[in-house]
Design a protein around this ligand. Sequence first.
Ligand SMILES: [Zn+2]
Length: 233
Amino acid sequence: MSNTLPLYRLQQIDSRLNQVNSRLATIKSILENNAELKAALLQLEGAKSDQRHAEHVLKNAEYESSNQRIKLEMAESSLYSGRIQNPKELQDLQKDIASLKRHLSILEDQQLELMMSVDSSNDALEKTQKEYDLTQGRIVSGNATLQSEYTTLQKEADKFNAQRLAVLPAISEADLSLYNSLRQKRSGMAVSLVVENACDTCGSSLTPGLAQSVRTSNQLVLCPMCGRILYSN
Ligand SMILES: [Zn+2]
């Protein structure tokens, strides 16, 4: 009887360990790079900056209108104060007042437009914030499931690593090195089961003599087709 049972055991453990590690890597990458959330955050930051800009422009316009109103009040108060008697000066002052009024009316129109633009940037921000919150909520609840799967898989990986350590002492160094090199060359499968006198991995039929020696030989028997270590249970 050959010593392929521990090798076969090792193969089973390593195959499971491969699946677990590959899933762990996938989850890790999902958790670390969520493109959707990053995109939503970018949108939100854009909307915040648009809204701040609109408010800033409105503040400036309000300041300008208020200065204009003060200038107009001062001009009107000197017009009605009676201090200016010279008709030419009075005429000039009246012209100034008319011009100040025209300009103030333009500024007030602009201000109204800017107020509307602040309103619409507020609406846009609110909408983007809602979308971001929804995306985040969805990803967080999705991640909670992933997070718990990750923890479970990590425990499984620990278990398989412990089983691996337990089976290794039963395998000679030479066999282990053959096993490792076969795993590299043969898509992770170094040991193949013999089922109905055929290699279960590549399907190649074995002569009755070869199948017999898989069961009885003290030496490792390799599949003549794929070169994998044959194991018969
Ligand atoms: Zn084979």
